[in-house]
Design a protein around this ligand. Structure first.
Ligand code: GKR
Ligand code: MG
Length: 442
């Protein structure tokens, strides 16, 4: 039997449209960017992967072609070893202080890994979930409704998308400003009506903490049965975080990165103090982002819910974190950034392979839903995504025309890596990122 070999690796930097979502790093610009990898075998089978955008990741992928092309699908782990060896120096600076992870090699690695897994799944007629960890654990994956405060785009001259989907309340409201509690609750209602979420997460670190506490209380009143999470990305000082946690006792199901490094103490040490003093479960995507950090986080009892995003843990790594969580009585969840439907398939497969009790996974998808790079995107229904055991590979067929169009959008608008300060400066002139101050508090 012949083993398929990689004939060609294509890398497409692509862009899609976004709303003016607010977070500690500033305001999302009108476009979000991603890198898509397509591997084609000598049998003309196609494997695909999606990771964050930016030229540094694009270049690393381009420079990985010589390692990838010509290898057989059975050699993929060796290929990944070589990419790691060649490019790990690029990640020496760690994830950075922004809300999003600034590493390069880990993202490039995941794009290649995923495209191989997609091919291997197709070759053996099994879903990617069946290839990870101890194999597929579930067909239904819970998904949370990721709410953001939304900035007023009329204060900018940037080409934000408007009226792209007026078919329902969610489609309309997601492109409108939401800077008060009432608008936020309306957004949540529209998202619930469309997707049936049982968990909501609010991206905090935008307004003064008291306003975000009020927003969570209002969400609780509107959805008394929903599980709620608030994530200011480590933007609060410990003493303030303790106060807000006190106000939200019995209302928040868990809290995410309520505080981080301060006064010479590491983020893990501060979160450990927070958990000890509040007994509130803490999730993080900021301070346990690799195994060395994870070992400190566990030793310090700093985290209850590691959010293992496959985009920077790798697909296999994210499931390995889930295995650890399962053995150590922790809960596993997933972190996200804006993404297309290929990434949705990636997180769905990783979560389907995660053993134990899994928290409803993060996804920004509801802000992008309708901008498809595949012909058969996964759907969120009743707060769930279904990954049938009969799937092959990631379970999506790419739409090459759509990918080429998204690439055009990237090129025509001269795009690159994410920079939330740029759009934020329209709302607050000369605005600069401060990891310890909510974005709108200047
Ligand atoms: O998309 O603005 C955003 C989020 O703030 C993102 O950058 C974070 O990485 O969603 C993420 C989180 O949970 O921290
Ligand atoms: Mg987070």
């Amino acid at each position: 039997m012949s083993i398929p070999k990689i004939k060609k690796m294509d890398v497409y930097p692509v862009a899609g449209y976004d709303s003016m979502l607010l977070n500690l790093s500033g305001a999302h610009g009108p476009f979000f960017t991603r890198n898509i990898v397509i591997l084609t075998t000598d049998e003309d089978q196609i494997g695909v992967g999606e990771v964050p955008g930016g030229e540094k990741i694009t270049n690393t992928l381009e420079n990985s072609k010589e390692i990838v092309e010509g290898s057989s699908i059975g050699e993929y782990k060796h290929v990944l070893q070589l990419i790691r060896e060649k490019f790990s120096y690029l990640d020496a600076g760690g994830r950075g202080n922004q809300t999003f992870d600034l590493r390069i090699m880990v993202h490039a690695l995941t794009a290649v890994e995923t495209a191989f897994l997609d091919l291997i799944g197709k070759h053996f007629h099994v879903p990617v979930a069946a290839l990870l960890g101890d194999g597929q654990q579930r067909e239904h994956v819970g998904v949370l409704g990721y709410l953001f405060w939304v900035g007023d785009t009329s204060k900018t001259n940037l080409p934000y998308l408007q009226d792209d989907d007026n078919s329902d309340e969610w489609g309309k409201l997601r492109r409108h400003p939401a800077t008060d509690v009432q608008s936020l609750v309306k957004l949540a209602q529209a998202a619930y009506d469309k997707y049936g979420f049982k968990t909501f997460k609010l991206k905090g670190g935008v307004f003064d903490g008291e306003k975000e506490v009020a927003a969570i209380k209002a969400l609780h009143q509107a959805f008394p049965d929903a599980k709620l999470d608030l994530d200011p990305n480590g933007g609060w000082y410990l003493k303030d975080a303790l106060h807000y946690a006190d106000e939200l006792k019995g209302i928040l199901h868990y809290i995410e990165d309520p505080c981080g490094a301060e006064e010479g103490f590491s983020g893990r040490e501060i979160l450990s103090e927070f958990q000890k003093l509040t007994h509130m479960p803490v999730a993080t995507n900021m301070v346990d982002t690799d195994w060395r950090q994870m070992s400190h986080a566990i030793t310090l009892n700093a985290v209850s819910i590691p959010l293992a995003d496959p985009h920077f843990w790798t697909m296999e790594g994210a499931v390995r974190v889930a295995q650890l969580c399962n053995e150590f009585d922790l809960n596993w969840g997933v972190h996200s950034n804006n993404h297309f439907d290929i990434s949705l398939a990636m997180v769905a497969n990783a979560a389907a392979a995660a053993p134990g009790k899994v928290y409803d996974i993060d996804t920004h998808w509801i802000w992008q839903d309708g901008q498809y790079l595949t012909n058969n995107p996964y759907q969120i229904k009743n707060g769930e995504i279904t990954v049938p055991k009969t799937n092959e590979g990631l379970g999506v067929d790419i739409n090459l025309n759509a990918i080429k169009k998204a690439h055009r959008l990237y090129v025509d608008n001269n795009l690159g890596a994410r920079d939330d300060a740029a759009a934020m400066q329209y709302l607050i002139p000369n605005w600069k990122f401060d990891p310890k101050r909510p974005a709108m508090v200047r």
